[in-house]
Design a protein around this ligand. Structure first.
Ligand SMILES: Cc1cc2nc3c(=O)[nH]c(=O)nc-3n(C[C@H](O)[C@H](O)[C@H](O)COP(=O)(O)OP(=O)(O)OC[C@H]3O[C@@H](n4cnc5c(N)ncnc54)[C@H](O)[C@@H]3O)c2cc1C
Length: 326
């Protein structure tokens, strides 16, 4: 019997979609191992979201209140999550392997003396233990892993699970934890937050993404992408090459080491389709690729492919869509 603790990350005032996946996964795990799922929340919206995590299946919600946790700060979050994990005497910690999850998983596992397993998409129960399933070889195969430690930190691949379903008749316990931040762990402080100029729609939640790669040749190309994204009510993404070149901020990166997305429509412009990029769009419903090279691997993933220079296709496409949509 396992006790599963979910780190309920919040985005603004609501639970992130990754958290709803983690709660669904945690419940499945709890049912399979005959255990319970509990959740830990922090930040200003923690108290108001505590009832929600119970509706989504947690039997206990730990609300960690401390003004220093209002904004994500890695050292403080590691310390507070570990404190609750130990207080709850949990066996498995589940969190979305999103940007924050990627920052946390290794650190949490080290502090807890636990095994860390990332990009998990499923589990298999063998007797009283679980094996963890994750993609390997750039998503070309799946591997099943057992771990040798009793405690496990699971980083759940984004967009790999159905979202938990809310049932407001569920009941549970809300535990308020008065967490004191040890002075010596406050190593960094947030001075100022700068809003990204491109879009405030999170890639992970976008239904339409217009993404650009090295083939755009510079920052200017992204202005064309932004116009198309605005017209379609979508947002802009990018390949790692475009981010590394400094044409767009790193938080727009899609792929294995960026955001894993699942839009209805993904338009890849000047992106070759490296396996690490494709790993981020496995669950995209439709892919349109615009690329000058007819042999670019992206065309194997695309539902519709346009072999052309984007500088001719994109303005024409945007103009035509304006006539139809506006
Ligand atoms: C450990 C690791 C992790 C990685 N993680 C990621 C990740 O998360 N995300 C990611 O994207 N990459 C990642 N990469 C990098 C990845 O391997 C590729 O290098 C990268 O995706 C290439 O980006 P690109 O497609 O923009 O560039 P390129 O591969 O250079 O492709 C540019 C494309 O643009 C086309 N093109 C050129 N001019 C035009 C034009 N005028 N009109 C239309 N098309 C044109 C070309 O034909 C070409 O296909 C990772 C690599 C490693 C080793």
């Amino acid at each position: 019997m396992s006790k599963i603790l979910v780190f309920a990350n919040q985005q603004g005032k609501s639970l992130s979609s990754g958290t709803l996946e983690a709660l669904a996964f945690g419940r499945r795990l709890a049912v399979s191992s005959g255990g319970d799922v509990e959740a830990v929340l922090m930040g200003p919206a923690a108290e108001s979201n505590a009832k929600e995590v119970i509706a989504y299946g947690a039997v206990k919600a730990y609300v960690v209140s401390n003004p220093l946790l209002a904004e994500y700060q890695v050292d403080l979050y590691v310390d507070s999550i570990c404190t609750i994990f130990q207080q709850a005497d949990a066996d498995v910690l589940v969190l979305s392997f999103d940007r924050i999850g990627k920052d946390l998983v290794g650190r949490l596992a080290t502090r807890l003396g636990a095994a860390a397993i990332t990009e998990v998409v499923d589990f298999k129960t063998e007797g009283s233990t679980q094996n963890w399933v994750r993609p390997i070889y750039g998503d070309k195969a799946y591997g099943e892993y057992s771990v040798t430690r009793k405690k496990v930190v699971v980083g759940l691949r984004q967009k790999s699970q159905e979202l938990a379903i809310s049932d407001v008749t569920r009941t549970g316990e809300i535990i308020k934890v008065d967490y004191k931040v040890p002075d010596e762990i406050i190593l960094t402080k947030l001075i100022v937050k700068i809003q990204s100029a491109l879009s405030d729609l999170r890639l992970e939640d976008a239904k339409i993404i217009v993404s650009g790669g090295r083939g755009l040749g510079g920052q200017e190309g992204f202005q064309l992408l932004q116009s198309l994204a605005d017209l379609l009510g979508g947002t802009v993404g990018a390949s790692r090459a475009a981010c590394d070149a400094g044409w767009v901020p790193a938080n727009l990166q899609v792929g294995q080491t960026g955001a894993v997305v699942a839009p209805d429509l993904y338009i890849a412009v000047g992106i070759s389709g490296a396996s690490q990029h494709l790993a981020g769009i496995t669950n995209a419903k439709n892919v349109i690729a615009i690329n000058a090279d007819p042999d670019a691997p992206i065309f194997k993933r695309a539902n519709i492919g346009v072999v052309a220079d984007y500088r001719t296709v994109l303005p024409a496409l945007t103009e035509k869509l304006k006539q139809v949509l506006v």
